[in-house]
Design a binder for this molecule. Sequence first.
Ligand code: SF4
Length: 304
Amino acid sequence: MSQLDSLSAKQKYSFNKLQKRLRRHVGKAIADFNMIEDGDKVMVCLSGGKDSYTLLDILMFLKKQAPIHFDIVAVNLDQKQPGFPEHILPEYLDTLDVEYKIVEEDTYSIVKDKIPEGKTTCSLCSRLRRGILYRTATELGATKIALGHHREDMLETLFLNMFHGGKLKSMPPKLVSDDGKQMVIRPLAYCAEKDIASYAELVAFPIIPCNLCGSQENLQRKVIKEMIASWDKQFPGRVESMFRALQNVTPSHLADPNLFNFIDLKTQETPYEDGDIGFDQPDIESPQLMEEDPSKIVQVIEIT
Ligand code: SF4
């Protein structure tokens, strides 16, 4: 009996709502960014984590409903980490009606060999993984590579780049690979991590732990993850607002002369669309929040 069978009527109702929400968000992201087109072959990268299982599950559903035809091939890269339970994914995939391929490449030994003990291994490991996945996509004739990154991954990357890289740069929902040959898509871009986590738990995907390589989780990312999670608790709606900001950029109100031509900026006789409103205070939080709890205004200003 699956976990879903044991849910009460009320829990089933909530599950259905959650499932619909996730499917709607994925469908919208695909449409907004033209991620999948008629005739595409989408290679879904499956790591064994909650995000990629959810991605495959939803794409398989949408494939049946979509007015266009596209194919799916699920790919897992077995990097030969000690203790990797290699039977789990094939057993799961055999229960689905989906083409799949398990690629076996011992990147673990390469990384251990090249990186001195105690140094972080993730950068070389992910470079190797990326190369193998791109090659596999070409071999399989895939026209899109789908990754399981979600809304919070994108926001964490934004803050990581700001705090440590001096760049206003996130993780795009769609991009061309660095070798120029592959189109990478992130259909979970609009999905909240907590929704994905609840969904994965209720569906009971056979999750493979992600710490098999023994490497520390990226500490800087972990700090930012906690920061965003605490904001989400303290200021409901902030994460949504930050994500909306990623889709609502005003280059003339940033300070990158490559993005906006400040040099040739001139005054004019008619109202100027991108014009500033002089010395007005920028909006810092919704008026509703301010009315409700003035003490929060202080916290907002301190953190902002
Ligand atoms: S956590 Fe391990 S498997 Fe993941 S990128 Fe880092 S070294 Fe590679």
